[in-house]
Design a protein around this ligand. Structure first.
Ligand SMILES: [Zn+2]
Ligand SMILES: [Zn+2]
Length: 398
């Protein structure tokens, strides 16, 4: 049955290794895993990093006894893209069916991905072996330049420039085009050209933005990754509508990623930083973004006067007085007449009793917009913000 929307969910956005540091909590610490549900309901899983465990849990909660059928597209065999495989619970159930697509690695030989899974769970690396998995599994080898149709979705591939090889994927549906091109280092003319072809006219272009331009020029050259600046270049050349910065460095704090996003938006307005739980919906080539609801921290209803300074959806600076009624140690819910942009920064000046610490009677805070919806009072928006950490030493990634 055909519906007109397609939905992309980010379950893991971190590159190289998972992070649990508090300073990476907002964008998330799980390694690459995305789910794409096409217009005809066909499910695709893109990469099997640690985010896959959470997707598996979501399936267990939402599908009940219904069988799960999904196409799994794996870009390459580095740890961060396969780590979640042994922890994906739907593999245990006989009724589920997965069709894996990845390339034949010259280091692994035939049935590369099948071998990866067996090896990950081999003695003495794992307590149980693959015999615990009863689902139906099929493996198909693909290579750069291939095109395969799955119902209403056409998937095509290109080789990327990454140590031991990597595939980029383009998924075309009647609702729009998603291009997933992570783990790629620019600088090889043929492959740079192929990447632009792959990304041509994409509604959502997902780009490896692990390093700063400075890092890529110096210490990280040859590691197989790219930058936000190169992302802008590809997105422009390919005429992509939205650029999603992905595969954040494990040493990039949330503040570091904020800074990368801010720089990117100065040159390319339709840019986003991939964050765990972010959902992008496509409908007739129009894109909508929803961020994960943040419920961390004890909630307190109150009545705090505050002045909010930020930028609206249209990029206009605004300042507005408001009352904060819902506050946690991590964030707050504001009601604003203005419409601040998702993932933009707001200055929040909360009124406080005048004392030695706050001689002007104000507590300055910095928040990031993670949610935005119409409020009951129709002239206002309910705006969820997460307080950003105070200035901390960034490890060279800002
Ligand atoms: Zn990676
Ligand atoms: Zn890699």
């Amino acid at each position: 049955m055909s519906q007109k929307t397609a939905k992309l969910t980010f379950w893991g956005v971190r590159g190289s290794t998972p992070t649990v540091d508090r300073s990476t909590w907002r964008y998330g610490g799980n390694t690459p895993c995305l789910e794409f549900v096409a217009t005809d309901g066909k499910r695709f899983i893109l990469d099997c990093g640690t985010g896959l465990r959470h997707l598996g849990r979501r399936y267990m909660d939402s599908l009940g006894d219904s069988p799960l059928d999904a196409v799994v597209l794996v870009t390459h065999y580095h740890w961060d893209h396969i780590q979640g495989l042994p922890f994906f619970f739907p593999f245990v159930q006989e009724r589920n069916h997965f069709h894996f697509f990845s390339f034949q690695s010259k280091y692994l030989g035939e049935d590369s991905l099948k071998r990866v899974l067996q090896t990950q769970m081999a003695t003495p690396y794992f307590p149980v072996d693959v015999s615990i998995f009863h689902c139906k599994r099929e493996y198909t080898e693909i290579a750069g330049g291939d095109t395969i149709d799955f119902g209403e979705t056409r998937v095509s591939t290109k080789w990327l420039n990454h140590p031991q090889g990597c595939l980029g994927f383009r998924l075309e549906t009647p609702a729009g085009i998603v291009v997933y091109a992570t783990d790629n280092e620019p600088g090889v003319a043929d492959l740079d050209r192929d990447l632009r072809k792959l990304a041509e006219g994409a509604d959502i272009y997902i780009h490896d933005a692990q390093y700063t331009p400075e890092q890529l020029r110096t210490t990280q050259k040859g590691w197989g990754h790219s930058t936000w600046l190169e992302g802008i270049s590809v997105a422009r050349d390919a005429g992509a509508k939205n650029l999603v910065l992905f595969h954040h460095d494990p040493d990039s704090s949330d503040r570091g990623v904020d800074a990368i996003l801010r720089q990117t938006r100065q040159q390319y307005a339709n840019a986003w930083a991939a964050s765990e739980g972010m959902v992008m919906t496509l409908d007739s080539h129009k894109m909508d973004v929803v961020m994960r609801d943040s419920r961390a921290g004890q909630r307190r209803e109150g009545f705090f006067r505050a002045t909010i300074v930020g930028y609206s959806e249209e990029g206009r600076a605004f300042q507005e007085e408001t009352i904060i009624r819902d506050l946690t140690l991590h964030g707050a819910l504001l009601y604003l007449e203005n419409t601040p942009r998702l993932q933009s920064e707001l200055q929040v000046m909360m009124e406080a009793p005048v004392d030695e610490l706050h001689p002007d009677g104000r507590i300055p805070l910095r928040g990031y917009v993670v949610r935005r919806e119409p409020a009951e009072d129709e002239n206002r928006n309910a705006v969820g913000i997460v307080f950003a950490e105070e200035v901390e030493p960034d490890r060279g990634n800002a």
